[in-house]
Design a binder for this molecule. Structure first.
Ligand code: EPU
Length: 437
């Protein structure tokens, strides 16, 4: 895998036992929002600016993918006082709805090009999406939703070819509130003929962020943040390019809360949006964390020792599956036994062996993890199996005695904006090491 200019595949994150943590971390925008906002810029010509964009590898890949279909995209550092970076996107209207396979199969969000390309150009030719491997990640609901609007697809083991004369608004009822399927049908519906109703739509804050940007562009969407989205299609030429600030990343926010929970201390998680993290904060509170919440962020204080709780992952507003590796890491040192139930991805327990290497006592039974808290973890050499699990291993390593080395850091780079610098600023002993080549 080739990765960004300041990163190498062989890099290792080295952490030593740390804590108590103190100070402030400023959390940037959400990966799972910005990638979709970028796809939305296909819908209308003009120059867009996205602010509060996280400096992460998936944004680089998505930008390369969108450049390949015809957008001009430039990155610039955020002005002093802002976090993240700015992206300027120019859509001249000269778009080729054929995405290079080698880029599309590197990230899950490549599938988000399907809705806008079909909606605006009546055509899409793209690889099946890549992204983290949690077992099967089908896209049947995306395709069925778009088929209800008149699209026709040919799929093979390699990719998807979609065609439509023009999309027509329809009633789309999802079996399950899929994030990606909701976004794809939404981005097709905003330029379809007539009214589309999406029932059992996903309600994640990142989808509301996408809806809010689309509305600023001139799209007509009702029911934002609810399970029923009603979209009245408009002609693409009536839409305009906009400037939009990416919503704060709730999973990065939770990562720093998990770090202080495991290492002790009090930290300020600036820009964290507590309203977007309700159920997770409730579970953290049940574990003994204390929060002071205001409009600008969350101040988090750890108890002497965390208390075990049971946690089940669910679509928003439930506890997101993306928090789960952090929760399992926290429970591994908590007082008592916690049962963590995964309801979204059957294969999302691959990091458990890595936590066991640190001394965690975790048994997997189907889609449940039984986590018996131990008093001490011990440093070890582990590898990050995916983005969130990698971050959980970093956090667990900070609480383990001795040194923990985390390899395959490129997974973490896909979704975390300078986790090393941010944890270091909180007093953690953490560094990124580039092996001699
Ligand atoms: N599903 C289907 N058919 C479909 C679509 C989904 O069976 O057509 C199933 C999936 O297999 C999965 C469940 O529905 O079991 C949820 O999938 P969903 O479509 O909601 O997820 P996604 O859009 O593929 C996004 C995030 C994930 C996050 C999930 C759930 C992005 C790029 N990815 O994936 O984030 O876990 O929603 O909240 O937005 C991450 O950031 O580390 C990450 C994996």
């Amino acid at each position: 895998m080739s990765i960004g200019s300041n990163q190498r595949e062989g890099d290792v994150i080295v952490v030593a036992q740390s804590g108590p943590l103190a100070g402030e971390v400023v959390v940037p925008g959400a990966k799972n929002s910005v990638l979709k906002l970028l796809a939305a810029t296909l819908l209308a010509d003009g120059r867009y600016t996205l602010t509060n964009v996280p400096v992460i590898e998936d944004v680089v890949i998505m930008a390369d993918l969108l450049r390949a279909v015809g957008l001009e995209i430039t990155f610039s550092p955020a002005p002093v006082g802002e976090t993240g970076q700015h992206l300027s996107i120019y859509n001249s209207g000269a778009i080729t709805p054929v995405a290079p396979f080698e880029l599309a199969d590197r990230i899950r969000s490549s599938v988000n090009l399907v809705g806008p390309l079909l909606g605006r150009f009546g055509q899409v030719d793209i690889a099946l999406p890549g992204g983290d491997d949690f077992g099967g990640r089908p896209i049947d609901m995306h395709l069925r939703g778009l088929e209800a609007m008149g699209a026709e697809f040919e799929t093979s083991s390699e990719g998807i070819v979609g065609r439509c004369a023009h999309l027509v608004g329809a009633e789309v009822v999802f079996d399950f509130p899929s994030v990606g399927a909701t976004e794809n049908v939404l981005m097709a519906a905003v330029v379809a003929d007539g009214v589309t109703t999406i029932r059992n739509a996903a309600r994640e804050p990142e989808i509301a962020d996408l809806c809010n940007m689309l509305r600023k562009m001139g799209c007509r969407i009702d029911g934002i943040g609810t399970a029923t989205l009603t979209i009245t299609g408009v002609v693409p030429s009536s839409l305009q390019a906009v400037t939009h600030e990416v919503v704060t990343d709730r999973v990065q926010s939770a990562t720093y809360i998990a770090a202080v929970g495991m290492c002790g201390g009090t930290i300020r998680v600036a820009r964290a949006n507590a309203q977007h993290m309700g159920m997770m904060l409730t579970r953290f509170t049940d574990m003994g964390m204390i929060f002071d919440i205001d409009d600008e962020g969350i101040t988090a204080t750890a108890p002497d020792r965390l208390t075990s709780v049971d946690v089940s992952t669910l679509p928003y507003p439930g506890v997101a599956t993306d928090y789960k590796p952090l929760v399992v890491a926290m429970l591994s040192m908590a007082n008592g036994v916690g049962i963590v139930t995964e309801n979204l991805y059957p294969g999302r327990f691959r990091y458990v062996d890595e936590l066991r290497a640190l001394g965690a006592n975790i048994e997997i039974d189907g889609h449940h993890a039984v986590v018996r808290g131990v008093e001490h973890l011990t440093g070890a050499t582990v590898v990050a199996p995916d983005i969130r699990a990698g971050a959980a291993l970093v956090v667990a390593g900070l609480a383990a005695s001795g040194i923990t080395e985390i390899g395959d850091v490129f997974h973490i780079d896909r979704g975390y904006d300078d986790i090393v610098g941010r944890l270091s600023a909180l007093g953690a002993s953490i560094s990124r090491v580039r092996p001699e080549s």
